[in-house]
Design a protein around this ligand. Structure first.
Ligand SMILES: NC(=O)c1ccc[n+]([C@@H]2O[C@H](COP(=O)([O-])OP(=O)(O)OC[C@H]3O[C@@H](n4cnc5c(N)ncnc54)[C@H](OP(=O)(O)O)[C@@H]3O)[C@@H](O)[C@H]2O)c1
Length: 273
């Protein structure tokens, strides 16, 4: 039997997940529900994907084996507390994509014990190229894990972590990571433009180079250092650039930025939970 999946919130992340699940084809659209206060957004989702629109969150929860929570962290408490009874009656598997809110905060607001999976997705999920970290609390069984891996894999790749604290590291890596690579590409484009390339040519070459490098890494078993060495002739251009990065302590800069993001993720969880 197919799991019935309900989405609380029909914004960007829910839309990309619904799109991925529907196009993957295993879950019929009539097994998917959404509740979203903005009626226009709900109607667009229903018209685009053929899914059901619930009249409120209580109706959605009653009709779902898996409830995906996809609202902003700041409103989560006010979304959950009035629906504690509905959650308690239906006891769905809860999948939260909400950044920074712990499984125990969700249980506190729902006043009960629940099987909860936390997901840290990233924006490339919007184009099916996401990278998600998943954490399950101890009440989640293997069948539930498999069902949620399958859902997330419709919009990219996913990785399980063993401790909830690891979600903070995932946030600093893949959650915030798209911005790091975009910044690097932006820096390269600006340098190339300063050297005389047109904006269009610089963007095309920089983006394709980043994408090609990523594909090269993921499509081969060759160690990363060997792939770097393969581009680096002795006393050539790449060697000069790498030396310049090294002189600027690029790896320390990256590690410091990563740690700043991870620390902020820990702080946010305390502030919001
Ligand atoms: N976007 C990302 O790349 C990304 C990455 C990692 C994690 N996340 C997490 O994903 C969650 C959703 O992000 P998003 O970018 O999809 O945000 P979003 O586009 O703002 O979507 C949230 C939706 O929830 C709706 N909502 C508000 N109150 C509700 C209620 N009581 N019941 C049902 N729906 C309600 C909002 O409707 P209104 O607009 O009408 O208020 C909005 O459509 C966030 O917690 C974020 O931390 C997102």
């Amino acid at each position: 039997m197919n799991n019935r999946i309900g989405f609380i919130g029909g914004g960007n992340m829910a839309t990309s997940l619904i799109g991925g699940i529907v196009s993957q084809g295993d879950t019929p659209a009539d097994c998917i529900w959404v509740f979203e206060p903005n009626a226009e957004k709900s109607q667009v989702l229903a018209a685009t994907f053929g899914i059901n629109v619930a009249s409120d969150n209580a109706e959605l929860i009653a009709n779902s084996d898996i409830v995906v929570i996809a609202v902003k962290p700041q409103v989560l408490e006010q979304v959950l507390t009035p629906n504690a009874q509905s959650f308690g009656d239906a006891k769905p598997l809860i999948v939260s994509v909400v950044a920074g809110i712990s499984a125990s905060s969700i249980e506190k607001w729902l006043e009960g014990d629940f099987s909860i999976i936390r997901v840290m997705p990233n924006t490339p999920a919007l184009i099916g190229m996401g990278a998600s970290g998943l954490y399950a609390n101890h009440r989640v069984d293997q069948e539930q894990r498999d069902a949620v891996s399958k859902l997330l894999n419709t919009v990219g790749v996913s990785v399980w972590v063993n401790s909830e604290a690891d979600i903070d590291a995932v946030t600093a890596l893949s959650g915030s990571g798209p911005a790091y690579f975009m910044l690097f590409i932006q820096g390269l484009i600006e340098a190339a433009e300063a050297a005389g390339l047109s904006a269009e040519a610089a963007k095309l070459l920089a983006v394709q180079t980043a994408s090609g490098a990523a594909q090269l890494i993921s499509s081969s078993d060759t160690p990363l250092q060997t792939l770097i060495d393969n581009v680096t002739s002795p006393n050539g251009t790449t060697e000069k650039a790498l030396q310049s990065f090294n002189d600027a302590n690029l790896k320390i800069v990256i590690a410091t930025a990563f740690e700043a993001a991870r620390t902020r993720s820990v702080e946010l969880a305390k502030e919001l939970g």
